[in-house]
Structure formats: C-alpha cells, structure tokens
Design a protein around this ligand. Structure first.
Ligand code: NAP
Length: 291
C-alpha cells in the first residue's frame, strides 16, 4: 500500500494559525514581537530565505526587519550590528542568514547573538539547554524542531519507538537526536554518519527514519533500506544539476514501502520559517517572563 504523504504546508498553516492567535493576545497587551534578520551579501538562497521570513511574519503578525549589508562588510561591523540588536529592547529575535562571506568568522558572529534572542538556536547556551533536557528554556534550532512537529502533528507516536537519524550535523542530526531522546518523547535513538558500517541495517531497524545527511542527489536511502510501514522524514536538501532539489531518500520507490513519508520539496523545509516565528514569540515570552 502506498504511503501517506506528510506534507509540510498544511502543518505549517496549522502552526501559523495558533501563532497568529498568540500574537493577537500579546498585541492586546501592547507587545509586538519583532525579528531582526541580518543579511550579508547577496547569496540568492539567503536573499530568498530573508524575503520569505518577511512574508511569513506578515501572516502571523510578527514584525520582520531585514538589515542588508554589503558582501564586503568587515566582520567587526557585522558583530557590531548584532550587538546593537542585542541591546534593543524592541527586538526579540535575531537571525543571521548563512552562508556568510568567506572573510567573516561564522562562529564569532553566531556567538555574538544574545542567547535569549537566538531564534535559530545556534549559540552554545541554547545548544546546552537542548543537550541538558531543558527544552522549555531553549530556543531550539528550526530544522530539527520542524522534524519533531511534522512527526507529532501527523499523529505518529514517538514514545518508545526505534528512531534512526542519518547525519550527526550540528544543524539537524545532532540536535534532533537530543530532542527525540528528551523525557516525554522517549525515543530509542540510533545516530548514523559517514563512518557507520551498516547504514542499511540501522535504517531497516527503524520504525521512524530521519534522513539528514545531504549526501548528494543520487539518493543515499533506497527503498530496500526502509522497514515496511516505517515513517520516513527527509530533512535533507540536495541540489540537482538542473537546479531543482531532492532529499536523501529515493522518494518514488520509498513511498511504496513506507507507512508515511515527507516529500522534498514540500516537507520539512515548508515548516522552518514558521518555526522561526514561533521561536521569536517564545523568545519574547522568555524575555518578559511570560513563558
Ligand atoms: P552536515 O553538518 O553537513 O552533516 C551531514 C551529516 O551527514 C554528517 O554527520 C555526515 O557524516 C553525514 N553523512 C554524509 N554523507 C553520509 C553518508 N554517505 N552516509 C551516512 N552519513 C553521511 O549537515 P547539516 O547542516 O546538519 O544538514 C543536513 C541536511 O539537512 C543537508 O542536506 C542540509 O541541506 C539540510 N537542511 C535542510 C534544512 C531545511 O530547511 N529543510 C535546513 C538546514 C539543513 P560525518 O559526520 O561522518 O561527516
């Protein structure tokens, strides 16, 4: 039987409807959530993501302002802008679009963001909260949180399940593994990487399989690596020579085996901007003691 297709769009819309209500009640108290996006240079992907945040902000009532800096802006000026935004009480969230130009030290800029405003969970403090099981205090990275929302909101039970995460990257795999392990979610988690000896076996073991390797467009995860009926979440983005994107999973073959599966595009990636808005509202509430 063909798998249920878990589409990101309707789930993102559901989350936005909840957020819009929450923002309305904050506005009734005279508080308007605001996200500042820092865009250095004109990388087409980053420009698109920044614009998309403005549009998503409009849908939920979060004010999004984009600070556009020239590609040759010195690192000290980028850090200076971040520090100015840190000190601005009207700014509740800060996000620096990646990639940054080569002359800028990414870690230095990311760690300049005040943890309380770090809406993509990139600072050591927010990483530490996730690692230490203090998710209520954390601003959780958007892509792993999107994976969790997709699983939970499509009615899939995580508790006690065998979950395999393919990829131990800082952005997706590693934080996601920690979120799945969290008390309350209670998954039994296996994390795979490029040195894993029996990737196929580890994938077949899983009742929920999350692909987050970005291992190239020729599909790392084949249908015969998926246990019949398993839930498959594909967080990867691989660019094909024609400019289109695909995930790590051979979607067409896998949907004949899996119980449920996310497409690429149209799956995990459809949620991330909405999750950033949610994190901006959470940041505001933590800052004001309303959480
Ligand atoms: P990353 O830091 O590059 O990590 C990739 C991980 O995959 C590494 O742990 C690597 O193993 C592992 N890997 C690579 N090739 C493999 C193979 N052949 N077999 C098994 N494991 C392999 O990646 P990331 O930044 O976490 O991102 C992961 C993916 O998510 C990328 O495709 C990225 O584009 C995508 N992404 C999507 C969104 C979205 O909105 N949907 C947002 C952010 C990122 P080693 O550790 O051994 O090198």
């Amino acid at each position: 039987m063909a798998a249920k297709i878990i589409k990101g769009g309707p789930i993102a819309e559901e989350i936005r409807a909840e957020l819009a209500q929450e923002v309305e009640s904050l506005k009734a108290k005279g508080i308007v959530p605001k996200l500042s996006v820092v865009l250095v240079g004109d990388d087409p992907g980053s420009v698109w993501y920044a614009r998309n945040k403005v549009k998503t902000g409009e849908k939920v009532g979060v004010v999004v302002e984009v600070h556009e800096l020239a590609a040759d802006t010195p690192e000290v000026e980028v850090v200076g802008l971040v520090e100015k935004l840190n000190a601005d009480p009207d700014v509740h969230g800060i996000l620096v679009e990646l990639p940054l130009p080569a002359h800028i030290d990414k870690a230095r800029v990311m760690n300049a963001i005040a943890p309380a405003k770090d809406v993509d969970g990139v600072t050591a403090v927010n990483r530490g909260y996730v690692l230490g099981g203090q998710e209520d205090l954390a601003l959780v990275p958007a892509t792993p949180l999107s994976c969790i929302e997709l699983i939970q909101r499509s009615g899939v039970e995580i508790k006690g399940k065998r979950v395999t995460v393919v990829g131990r990257g800082d952005t997706v795999g590693r934080p996601l593994a920690m979120l799945l392990l969290q008390k309350g979610r209670d998954a039994t988690v296996t994390v795979c990487h490029s040195r894993t000896q029996d990737l196929a076996g580890a994938c077949r073991w899983a009742e929920i399989l999350v692909a987050a390797a970005g291992a190239g467009a020729d599909h790392l995860i084949k249908a015969d690596m998926i246990s019949p009926g398993a839930v498959v979440i594909d967080a990867a983005i691989n660019e094909k020579p024609d400019g289109s994107i695909t995930g790590d999973v051979d979607f067409e073959a896998a949907k004949e085996v899996a119980g449920a599966i996310t497409p690429v595009p149209g799956g995990v990636g459809s949620l991330t901007t909405t999750i950033i808005m949610g994190n901006t509202v959470k940041a505001l509430k933590l800052q004001k003691g309303l959480a």
